[in-house]
Design a binder for this molecule. Sequence first.
Ligand code: PLP
Length: 395
Amino acid sequence: MSTDPHPFSTATRLVQAGLHRSGFAETAEALFLTSGFVYESAEEAAATFEGKLERYQYSRFGNPTVRMFEERLAAIEGLEACRATASGMAAVHAALVSALKAGDRVVASRALFGSCHWIVAQLLPRFGVETEFVDGTDLAGWARALARPARLVLLETPSNPMLEILDLPAICDLAHRAGARVIVDNVFATPLLQRPAEFGADIVVYSATKHIDGQGRVLGGAILADGAWLKEVVEPFLRNTGAALSPFNAWVLLKGLETMALRLEAAQERAARIADFLADQKGVARVWYPWRADHPQHELARRQMKGGGTLVTFALAGGREAAFAFMNRLRLIRISNNLGDSKSLITHPASTTHSRIGAEERARLGIEEGVVRLSVGLEAAEDLIADLGQALAAA
Ligand SMILES: *Cc1c(COP(=O)(O)O)cnc(C)c1O
């Protein structure tokens, strides 16, 4: 039995969409921790492999718990279909590679998550794909790059770690005129704060590891798009290359979705307060938070997003030395490159997540030595502010 989620609001979909109960009529989503499925007869197996019968065969192809996660996320995103993957990078990789062949062109914004940048800069050119990076906030740059035909456009908004906001309607329009489909890595916004398809994007990818789990437990990813494209292009690639999401992880992520709106709202409220607090501190040179009026793309953020999110980026006036001293003095907020956790986490991008891209590329992206990225969790705002305050005073 399945519930039809579509008449309901997002809050209801987060809890009920995609729920398929087994014959035992369990309340919570069942965890089908099985690699394979059995057939009643040899004929049934043969008919399944001929494609005459649609049923579960093997968990690399599909699994009921994974299916529930895919249906729930699709219902929240408002896109037709979803395929879950083992990690966010498996989702980005599959969305790109499944649609590309030698001779194709890919245009991407420069401010990408480190591994996404590596796929575009290093991996794709090895297979004869031409790739070009543009400054994501420069529409003239997009127009120049998309004056020639392209197969795909990949971008991230808000970007990691500088929280740049990219103009989705304008970029999607330029991309479509160049014959390209647009893939948006929507990890920082989540489907609750931004639905890229409403602004023209064709494909949305997630690292479910972040806010969807939201409690730092499992890796997972997802690709959302129209059903035909997913079935024809992405599905054969995923079935045969094996980046399948574990049913256990899918179950954790399903339960994560149930509380995502509550967690996100609470963490976002703390993040906004913390951004304002930091902006007033001596020793903090600059704060980037999309909901603050001093954010360079503030107006655009207000048009495209429903909230400022849970990440706050700021620069310490004293460069790397001050940033390290400050981070080392934090007691409650821990140093980690992960984000979207209920625990607040801080990272120094220039020496960790963005160390490999080199100083020149970091300079182009504005990732200075004093920049730190804070992922705000669910601890009390007063405690987080006190921790930041004492570490700043000491640094
Ligand atoms: C974490 C992240 C990824 C990669 O996801 P994994 O689940 O770690 O593979 C991709 N893009 C963004 C923006 C991310 O934050």
